[in-house]
Design a protein around this ligand. Structure first.
Ligand code: CA
Ligand code: CA
Length: 407
């Protein structure tokens, strides 16, 4: 039984359905004698599927047992062009966007590109282009892929979220969920996540201030926000402002977004001081451009009157350019357990932010791989605990790197 492309109990259940479906398809029209055979096939199929669940469980216990490296740092794919989002899909492939407009899926073990397609109306301008991506929780059934990208509209350079349906090795049926978000050659935010926040699965995504900093404080502008939609693009009835996709305001350029420990964490770029990691709370104001990092000095009066939520970590008097983040809770790299991992661009490093037991504060910060790979844009983590990084150096020389052990 090949379990390579299945994972966890949910996949096991799907496998059972697939087997039964196949048996029904083949044998339902047969005679009584064949019905016996059908029952036998059902049993064999069910047993095979159960055994698959069993071996998947083994594999998911952070203890990889195949010949996949567990003791190295290696390049999985090279020759990439500004990869922006990397995520571990429910099909156990790494799904990736590249800024000029390409979506790929990658076999993380071999580096083989299993699928690639380019979205035709992506316009890459400076830091803009095809940016964030998320897969629907039932991706294996419905093939829904959500992407955030920049395009040219009649009013100028804009950003939108589009849902594609992945089927027959192509992206089909584009459905625009939200559009006309202001965009710029800098500060486009655009990280996308699907999060079950207690009201079912919602689409969360970030926007940058698109070079107009005052828009981040304007609740009628979609710039400089964390926004929240239903998965069909409609606005949830329990958003802070009726009929408005805005969940929080006062963000400069949030390029990190993750849900862990019951919290939504963001990372965002500061100007020349105070990159931030925040915990996102409904309706709160995160300060930009009136407040940088924690509330202090001349910021205090604004903080006191504007429901400001201070960051749980900030970079102080300089910046490192925080981009994609993920939360590490695996055993494979034990020193990273209970940490937010942050890809940094300017600092050309991975930053580990060790969390407190209640996950609300950062108790230690450590730097890894300084100047080793160049600028880092994003991170994803496999169920076995391997960490993947993508670089952002350009020149068709970007890489997907696998970390399974620290030196
Ligand atoms: Ca802030
Ligand atoms: Ca401050």
């Amino acid at each position: 039984m090949d379990c390579k492309y299945t994972r966890g109990q949910q996949s096991g259940k799907i496998q059972i359905l697939l087997h039964l479906g196949k048996a029904f398809a083949v044998y339902t029209f047969k005679t009584n004698a064949m019905k016996l055979k059908f029952s036998g096939m059902m049993l064999i199929s069910a047993l095979a599927a159960i055994s698959c669940v069993s071996c998947n469980k083994t594999r998911n216990q952070n203890n990889p047992s195949d010949n996949w490296p567990t003791d190295s740092i290696r390049t999985v794919v090279q020759g990439l062009n500004f990869p922006w989002e990397i995520l571990w899909g429910p099909d156990d492939h790494i799904w990736m966007t590249e800024r000029p407009g390409k979506i790929s899926s990658i076999d993380p073990k071999t580096g083989d590109i299993l699928f690639g397609a380019t979205i035709p109306d992506v316009v890459s301008n400076g830091e803009g282009g095809l940016l964030g991506m998320a897969l629907h929780p039932d991706f294996m059934k419905n093939g829904f892929i959500y992407v955030s990208y920049n395009y040219n509209a009649s009013g100028g350079y804009r950003e939108k979220i589009v849902r594609f349906t992945y089927s027959n090795l192509s992206l089909n049926s584009p459905l625009t969920l939200i559009e006309n978000i202001p965009a710029s050659s800098i500060h486009n935010g655009s990280r996308v996540r699907i999060i079950n926040d207690g009201s079912g699965f919602k689409l969360y995504f970030t926007s940058g201030d698109a070079s107009v900093s005052s828009n981040a404080q304007d609740q009628d502008s979609r710039s400089g926000k964390v926004m929240r939609l239903n998965l069909d693009g409609s606005i949830p009835s329990d958003n802070p402002i009726a009929g408005n996709p805005i969940w929080t305001l006062g963000h400069r350029n949030p390029q990190g977004l993750i849900f862990a420990n019951g919290f939504i964490y963001t990372a965002e770029h500061g100007p020349d001081i105070e990159d931030e990691v925040n915990i996102i709370e409904k309706g709160r104001n995160y300060g930009w451009p009136n407040v940088n990092g924690p509330c202090d000095g001349g910021e205090l009066s604004f903080c006191n009157t504007n429901n400001i939520k201070e960051p749980i970590w900030s970079s102080g008097s300089s910046t490192i350019a925080t981009s994609g983040i993920d939360y590490y809770d695996k055993d494979l790299i034990g020193g990273w357990k209970n940490s937010i991992l942050v890809a940094t661009l300017k600092d050309e490093s991975l930053r580990q932010l060790k969390l407190s037991n209640d996950h609300k504060t950062v108790i230690q910060a450590n730097t890894f791989f300084k100047n080793q790979f160049g600028r880092l844009r994003d991170i994803c983590i496999s169920p076995a605990g391997r960490v993947y990084l993508c670089t952002s150096n350009g020149g068709d020389a970007d890489k997907l790197i696998e970390i399974s052990k620290l030196n």
